[in-house]
Design a protein around this ligand. Structure first.
Ligand SMILES: Nc1ncnc2c1ncn2[C@@H]1O[C@H](COP(=O)(O)OP(=O)(O)OP(=O)(O)O)[C@@H](O)[C@H]1O
Ligand SMILES: [Mg+2]
Length: 273
């Protein structure tokens, strides 16, 4: 009897979750990035929930402007330290975990044409705290960590691999020191989304894992090549310093150099897609 009641409760809970996702999908407004930014700046927060994933546990907010209701993630982390020892024993020098880098990440992704894998991020003040706010990605199935645990496989391996190669370009360009699997989200169309750049933009001119660069989307490669320091610096104000922006450009140079070497060795059609 008890077993049956439990089963009914979990069935109802599961069905509600599916229904909530379907309703969210149906409600997804056809907003431009600028409209999402305006909404996240101005809409009223009507609810907040704690998210179980992540280290700092940023709240998931529900916002409404009276017509549209949508969720967003609010991140206020702002930790700077000369040295920081992590739980796994790794020590970082000049440690920075800062919400401002989330916005810089989104803006650079937009400059190089990879903003289709990064939700819109902007700034917002809530409950007296300044932070970043990001458009909640609709129709999520799981994050990459959960996908691996569940042994789920993408239906289209080529499309999946291409998305993964693009993701690696972002990680190398941003020098992300926290590219953990809960920061890679997968939606019901097996589209990959990358969130959380709060530990990126270390001022290193080399790449964290050079061998990760294998292939790159053609338009992204061209946009990387065309990107100037002035453009990058202007687009990331006031979130990146000159030194951080210069380091991004130095890593961009390195990425283009490596892709060019791969093209020379393996042929363009085996590197650019
Ligand atoms: N825009 C978003 N859309 C959907 N889910 C999100 C979004 N932002 C965050 N999440 C969910 O919330 C979790 C925690 O968010 P996030 O990664 O930004 O914080 P965090 O890992 O605690 O941050 P940090 O590591 O910088 O302290 C994510 O793993 C993801 O499950
Ligand atoms: Mg995270």
């Amino acid at each position: 009897m008890l077993f049956r009641r439990k089963w009914v409760v979990s069935f109802v809970a599961g069905a509600s979750l599916v229904l909530a996702s379907l309703l969210l999908a149906a409600d997804e407004p056809n907003f431009t990035d600028q409209q999402k930014i305006d909404f996240m700046h101005n809409a009223k927060v009507t609810a907040s929930h704690q998210v179980s994933k992540g280290i700092t546990g940023p709240p998931r907010l529900t916002l409404t402007d009276g017509t549209v209701t949508h969720d967003a993630s609010f991140q206020t982390v702002d930790e700077h330290a000369p040295t920081k020892q992590m739980n796994d024993g790794t020590t970082f020098l000049n440690f920075k975990d800062d919400w401002k880098f989330n916005i810089a990440g989104y803006r650079i992704a937009k400059l190089i044409g990879l903003d289709d894998m990064v939700p819109v991020y902007t700034d917002r003040k809530w409950q007296g705290k300044q932070g970043s706010i990001s458009w909640w990605v609709p129709n999520l199935m799981f994050d990459e960590g959960d996908r691996l645990k569940r042994g789920e496989h993408p239906p289209d391996m080529d499309s999946w691999n291409h998305q993964m190669y693009d993701l690696r370009v972002l990680t190398q360009l941003f020098y992300d020191q926290d590219p953990n699997l809960t920061n890679v989200l997968i939606d019901k169309d097996w589209k990959i989304w990358r969130i959380d750049f709060s530990r990126a933009f270390a001022e290193f001119k080399s790449l964290p894992v050079q061998k990760d660069l294998v292939m790159c989307r053609k338009d992204v490669y061209q946009k990387l090549k065309d990107l100037s320091y002035d453009q990058l610096f202007a687009a990331t104000q006031p979130y990146l310093t000159k030194g951080q922006a210069k380091a991004v450009i130095a890593r961009r140079d390195k990425i283009v150099e490596i892709l060019d070497q791969l093209i020379a060795k393996n042929g363009e059609s085996n590197v650019l897609f």
